[in-house]
Design a protein around this ligand. Sequence first.
Ligand SMILES: [Ca+2]
Ligand SMILES: [Ca+2]
Ligand SMILES: [Ca+2]
Ligand SMILES: [Ca+2]
Length: 415
Amino acid sequence: MEQINKFSDLTITQEGTDSVISAIGKKLAILKNTQVTSLNPGNILIGTDDIPDIPSIIDTKDNIFTIGGSLSAKTNLKVKLTSIDASFVNEVGFFIVKDDKGRIVDPDTGNSLTAADGDAYLKLALKQSQILLSGISNPPNGFKSNEISRIVEGIKGGDRIVFYMVQNGTTDGILANQIPSSKILLGSSFGSDAFLQLKVDNLGNGKFNFAWEDQIGGGDKDFNDMVFSLELSNESAPFGSTLQGKNSSELLDLTKASANIKADFSVSREADFNNEVYFYKVDSTDGLVGGLNPNSANQADYLQAAINNVLKDASTGQAVKFAANNQEIQTGSAVIAPGSILAPMIIVNGSLNELTDSNPNNNPTVYFPFLGVNRDRVDHIRLLGNNAWGFEDLAGGGDGDFNDVIVKMNLSIVK
Ligand SMILES: [Ca+2]
Ligand SMILES: [Ca+2]
Ligand SMILES: [Ca+2]
Ligand SMILES: [Ca+2]
């Protein structure tokens, strides 16, 4: 059968004061009191070529968000933190499943697992996940949780989305076997009678309220430990953030820029230590620098390579430092050359100068987002939202409040 896909497939004729639209030898529509000359491809959208195929949320049963629309239809997921009232610093993310049992497939073995498979399922799910947000439970002065948001691009028609929380930990920590998978709280019970850690309310207009309980099995059941809104949106992810959320999620992606970038930033702090945060250029999303793999490299070698690659302001040539006085906000801006992928690092209670001077005995500890190269192999860096990072300065994870340095950035192309 012939298809009607575009304007030129139509035949439009004037009959008196009306326009008649025909195709494949059939009259399809009569537009009363309309001149043929007023009709053009700009005001008649027709068929698969023209009419946008916009995915929408069509089902939320068992807190599995099913996206309607064709497989080629794409949209973005937008979440915005509302409030945090928790003693833990929790992380929330999502993964895509194949059915209402939460089925996922291991690409290495071809085996498919469901939530009933427990630990193996959880590990595999998080390997395929994207991180959305972390909630700071003890915000430093001037830091507002409700200014944190995330846009994740590439949600497709037919996707079924399941959400999860890592209680007081991170996906990075789970995947590095630093914390047990029992800390993973699934947002769906997949039809079982397990306690639901997540309450979803439909706010109308395609917007939903997510209220999490971070106590495994219920606890105080106040469902206010992390609250955020969620909707599908055609808003693009903020510049620089497109690699964020995937495993080793804290990267800044400037590869798509062709001109210098202006970074306006703010730094806040709740810490005794005077920490400094920098970014350094990596060769790949898994943190390779000059051929050194963070999972196998000598720590001193990797540190030196990172220092050699430290982000410098394209105008001043100075290393771009992110630091603040305790409970104060430091704002600033930097000009960054395009083309690279940057990763954050934290210098604990010390300075870049102490690492680069001739004294080998004053070198402070440095933590990277790649846990294999950290002295304690623990996660010290979280993605809080798009272009927002929280740092933990204490060895072994310490108090885990991730507010010892908080960096937020706004990036724009310099015109
Ligand atoms: Ca609670
Ligand atoms: Ca991390
Ligand atoms: Ca801390
Ligand atoms: Ca702190």
